[in-house]
Design a protein around this ligand. Sequence first.
Ligand code: MRU
Length: 349
Amino acid sequence: MILEGKPTRSITRTADGRGACILDQRLLPWEVRWVELRDADQAARAIREMWTRGAPMIGATAAYGLAMALAADPSDDSLATADAMLHATRPTAINLRWALDRVVETVRPLPPAQRAEAAFARADAICDEDAALCRAIGEHGLELLRALYARHPGRPLNILTHCNAGWLATVDYGTATAPIYLAHDAGIPVHVWVDETRPRNQGALLTAFELANHGVPHSVIADNAGGLLMMRGQVDAVIVGTDRVTANGDVCNKIGTYLKALAAYDNGVPFYVALPYTTFDPATQSGDAVPIEERDGNELAWLTGPTADGALASVRVTASPVRNPAFDITPARLVTGYITERGVLDRIG
Ligand code: MRU
């Protein structure tokens, strides 16, 4: 990822190797602040309160969190307690369970004295693998975008995306954004319609921030604008990320994704889901069995942003009771293709 002109990863080990550094995403784009996570409790809090977020990033942060727990106490009890605490932070993204399992299977056969170092090394490997997977997703998606562009040469390719499935949500490149970054770097003119993604505005705040840092032309739109744009032929493809794809190909992603898929289907716009194998959940048959996180209603009832003097302030935007389901399910029948590290698949599972 390009951050303030420099190639950077969105999670790294701290300089002393005993913790993890993440960007505090609650402050973006207004402030770029790196935070050091120093123990498993902090890692769990950072995931639960969404200092960091996005399916692969949640997994990577939890993997380091487990390593930090083992550095403090490498016993079997400590391993089980920290694993349960980190797993309980957010219910929907399957990458969390996947990453914790990889660390647990690495350390369980080892004597306690060797566990922390092995866990940190496994967390590093999870991060390296995630960057490679996203790069491969980007390469396969690039060929897709190249073919779409060939159909409409001479004008920018318009891609619509929802939420943030970019490098902030992964270790590097992103999933949905990887094909966009690679297409832009290859000289294909791309313009991105960025859904604001209420209630937390991951599109308006995070995806737009990423695209601006990479120099990719983009426009933030209200979540309700996509249908009109598709109807008017102003969207060539929709590409979204996902928190979990079930055995039958159903896609669980940020609330509002399903409505985009319906609009795309009705208007003949291709709807692609970008994912690494770490987001595929073959053990869950279909989307109706995926736990949907219900988050605090204050995320919907309040909006936060800078005032004229630059200080962050919050305002209430409704006086009524609210509900805040955070994810929805897009049935497999609405998905044109899955952009994976192995290629673009028209069905999955
Ligand atoms: O609640 P969030 O911000 O963690 O939700 C994130 C998403 O829905 C992303 O689109 C998904 O995790 C894919 S990230 C590559």
